[in-house]
Ligand binder design. Sequence first.
Ligand SMILES: *Cc1c(COP(=O)(O)O)cnc(C)c1O
Length: 441
Amino acid sequence: MSISYTEPAVTSAPDSPSYPPSVDKLARSLADIDLPHPMLVEAARAAIDAGDPQRARELAATMARSLLRPVINGTGTLLHTNLGRAPLAWSQAAAYSNLELDLTTGERGSRMATAPALIARACGAEAALVVNNCAAAVMLVLAALAEGRGVVVSRGELVEIGGGFRVPEVMERSGARLIEVGTTNRTRVDDFRRAVDEHGDDAGVLLQVHQSNYRIVGFTEAPRTAELASIDRPLVADIGSGLLDSRCPWLDSGPPGWLDDEPAARQTLDAGADLVTFSGDKLFGGPQAGIIAGRADLVAACSRHPLARALRPGSLVLGALQETALAYLRGDGDAIPFWRMVAVPVETLRHRAAALGVGIPVDVMSTPGGGTLPTVEIPSAGVAVPGDHRERLRNRPRPLIARVVDNRTIVDLRTVEADDDAEVAAALADISTPTDAAVDD
Ligand SMILES: *Cc1c(COP(=O)(O)O)cnc(C)c1O
């Protein structure tokens, strides 16, 4: 790649009449920008049509910058929604796989026999199914278990999670009907019981939704999973964040204190939930996916529903999930980038900050992010540089995403792989030296 990311010099359009250069010639002059020729032609044509051929380079550079690329996350937000939530280390060479071939029998196999089966084992579920994301998981479960019937939910859990996941709307799409019970701040198990008595068979499923991205504090009450499990209806718990086991057996240091109130798949199932749903790319630390785990007969009902076919993942996602699930089964949190970053002691980060040799070492607070654990902060360390340099850092061939606090640019090292420290140091050294960008001032 040979893209120039320095902002192109913006010269004003000449007032004197000038003949526009040919689109093709202008496009060819942009050949150093790593884009397919037709895209360079598009940039050239747009610039000429706008009467400003000089802008062609800027337009093409903007197109190049809009492509997906690896970035260094210096924000300290571990599950940054804009940066793809959990960091993902998975690539696949061009090759066939035994996605749906049983290598023992040579017969057709099931793609759900791989990663989903391992995830079920890792969280103590009878069975599991994987779809595109957790929103899809909730929709499929409700469609499969309650289409045309009612789903009982607490009014305190009719939530909206980031990216427009609204429980009432997902429910409507699934063909199930909402039966709201209780109040915003207080709902009791008796509210659910009464609704089931009143609606009879029409109340098909009880749904618990974790308040992932907000907290109701003060005069509150919500039924525990174990209480709801005593009601004779399938209980579905949308735990969202994908913590597999509250004991975190994959961490040598045990569960971090800030996970205390986070529902975990294994414990929620143990408490009596029939199914749990969660995201693959939040605390699970894998690729974007939605996981449905629990009772084998209910998981089978979900797989038989026609929507399951429309929501099924391919081998890239299943391969990445399998890798993550195997790491959990080995108890190897270090092999899961999210948990490896979580577990780094703050002293280690302070040493790394000092060793960068640029900027001022500072103590900062990281956050889990990704619409999880809204009130949690994790002690961390990084470096600060006076001024707001986010744009220049973003425009590097491998962008470094930083945050600004009190007019200082902060790079939090908790979300930076140690191997990338040298690149962070180089990036910060670059902004400490004046360049053409400063000429604008
Ligand atoms: C994040 C979240 C979702 C949505 O998950 P996606 O994987 O982003 O679709 C749904 N429910 C809960 C409780 C969540 O926390």
